[in-house]
Design a protein around this ligand. Structure first.
Ligand code: 2HG
Ligand code: ZN
Length: 460
């Protein structure tokens, strides 16, 4: 029996594709957090900007909340629909709209997966440099809506740097071309950057024009074994001084053991407490610099072993050790922290956080890894099989409050790249001031006066 809302939506936009089967509600109503029970009204699959606008107009009139939806690979609950919302999936809006060789831009619909964007850039002899493990499923619109970071931020920056323009349907149904792909534009506020990291709370990103760059040089991947946590930032400084790094990622042996248990190949005969995966150009000069940096770190006792890729296949194997972590932990339904501090604050922050988590989580397995070259740490707490999810989350939330205080003291952020969504909402005010949050609310009131856009996400 259709609800009155669904009947009115069908009347308003008869051609709109809608899914209402329980399996679809379940599939589209959740993201990778797996904490909330999906309960959307229905799933709308618009095929045009006009249909998206019509949905927003209908939602305002009917008073129904909308949850914009890309690949739902998010880790903060930003795409969760658990309260009768209409999910607006951009999955059918996945086409390429244009390539401009002079501007070096690619324009695509928001539902295109990140990996397809990367492939299209390559087919045109250029490169879209934002990259992360969920590339095959994450949509470009979702990556913009969270300002996704990933494994090459140390070299290329976050998604924000690569968004030349965004076509956006605001919560009031206005269609706006933000940014217009201009290199220079000092004509007032840059509203494009409001769409970036907005997590669907202001409107729906329907198209994006992305900046492309030169293809990266052929690269080498090096895996370093470290004897101590304290060595990490010193090794980073040594390598960064000598080389233009494409990536500098870190993982603990605890993380590595999970990836190995998932079928990856052990890189060293012995185990070491910490590892770094770094990538740099494979020309002779860079290789020589890398070797010198490695020897210098060995002499200083900062590094205890290392291996450098001899082929693309070996490079991929080494990358798997880092990129396979999230998947290898998924069965433990981890509680995830995604925190950032300035690189200069990292040594002090690491020491304090290690002491805090050692004290507060003696009973849980804690897995550390992340984009250490960007000052971004992922800390996954694994749920013991015997423990109920609610009790586990409650305990982790208690500790996250303490961690947020440490972040506050070091001028950090409670979310580096995953967004605030539902998971980090209670801690937003630890790392953003009251004046900042009230400004955000004011911006939302202007762009989404009916309060229909992803309500309850980021802030209440
Ligand atoms: C990564 O860096 C992703 O691999 C996921 O941001 C991090 O699972 C996580 O906590
Ligand atoms: Zn990450």
């Amino acid at each position: 029996m259709p609800t009155p809302h669904l009947a009115s939506l069908r009347d308003a936009i008869p051609q709109l594709r809608l899914l209402t089967e329980p399996a679809d509600l379940e599939h589209y109503g959740r993201d990778w957090t797996r904490r909330w029970v999906p309960a959307p009204l229905a799933i709308a699959l618009p095929d045009s900007v006009e249909e998206v606008q019509a949905i927003v107009r209908w939602a305002n009139a009917a008073g129904v909340a909308l949850v914009p939806s890309g690949g739902r690979t998010g880790l903060s609950g930003g795409a969760v629909a658990a309260n009768g919302e209409l999910v607006v999936s951009l999955a059918r809006m996945n086409r390429m709209l244009g390539f401009d060789a002079v501007d070096r831009t690619l324009t695509v619909q928001a539902g295109m997966p990140l990996q397809r964007v990367q492939e299209l850039a390559q087919e045109h002899g250029l490169h879209y440099p934002v990259d992360f493990a969920a590339r095959g499923s994450a949509s470009i619109g979702g990556s913009i809506a969270t300002n996704a970071g990933g494994i090459r931020v140390v070299r290329y920056g976050n998604t924000r740097e690569w968004v030349a323009g965004v076509t956006f349907v605001s919560g009031s149904g206005e269609l706006m071309a933000l940014g217009r792909a201009l290199v220079k534009n000092s004509s007032g506020y840059d509203l494009r950057h409001l769409a970036v990291a907005s997590e669907g709370t202001l409107g729906i990103i329907v198209e994006a024009t992305l900046r492309l760059t030169d293809p990266p040089p052929a690269s080498n991947v090096m895996l370093l074994a470290l004897p101590s946590f304290a060595a990490l930032m010193q090794v980073f400084a040594t390598f960064r001084t000598r080389l233009q790094l494409q990536a500098f990622e870190f993982l603990t042996d605890v993380a590595l053991q999970h990836v190995l248990a998932h079928g990856a190949q052990a890189p060293f005969a012995e185990t070491h407490p910490y590892y770094v995966v770094t990538e740099f150009a494979s020309d002779e000069a860079s290789e020589a610099e890398a070797l010198t940096a490695f020897e210098q770190c060995m002499e200083q006792g900062l590094v205890s072993d290392g291996v450098i890729s001899a082929s693309d296949a070996q490079a991929a194997q080494l990358w798997r050790l880092r990129e396979g972590i999230t998947e290898s932990l998924a069965r433990y339904v981890p509680y995830k922290n995604d925190v950032a501090v300035r690189i200069s604050a990292m040594p002090a922050f690491l020491a304090e956080t290690q002491a805090l988590l050692g004290r507060e989580y003696p009973h849980f397995e804690v897995v550390w890894f992340g984009h250490i070259g960007d000052g971004n740490l992922h800390i996954n707490i694994l749920k013991p099989d015997a423990m109920a999810q609610d009790a586990f989350v409650a305990d982790c939330e208690r500790v996250t409050k303490l961690l947020a205080q440490v972040l506050q003291a070091h001028g950090g952020s409670i979310s580096a790249e995953h967004g605030i969504g539902l998971v980090k909402k209670p801690y937003l005010d630890c790392t953003r001031s009251a004046a900042e949050i009230s400004t955000m609310r004011g911006i939302k009131a202007v762009l989404d006066p009916g309060g229909i856009m992803n309500p309850g996400k980021v802030f209440d």
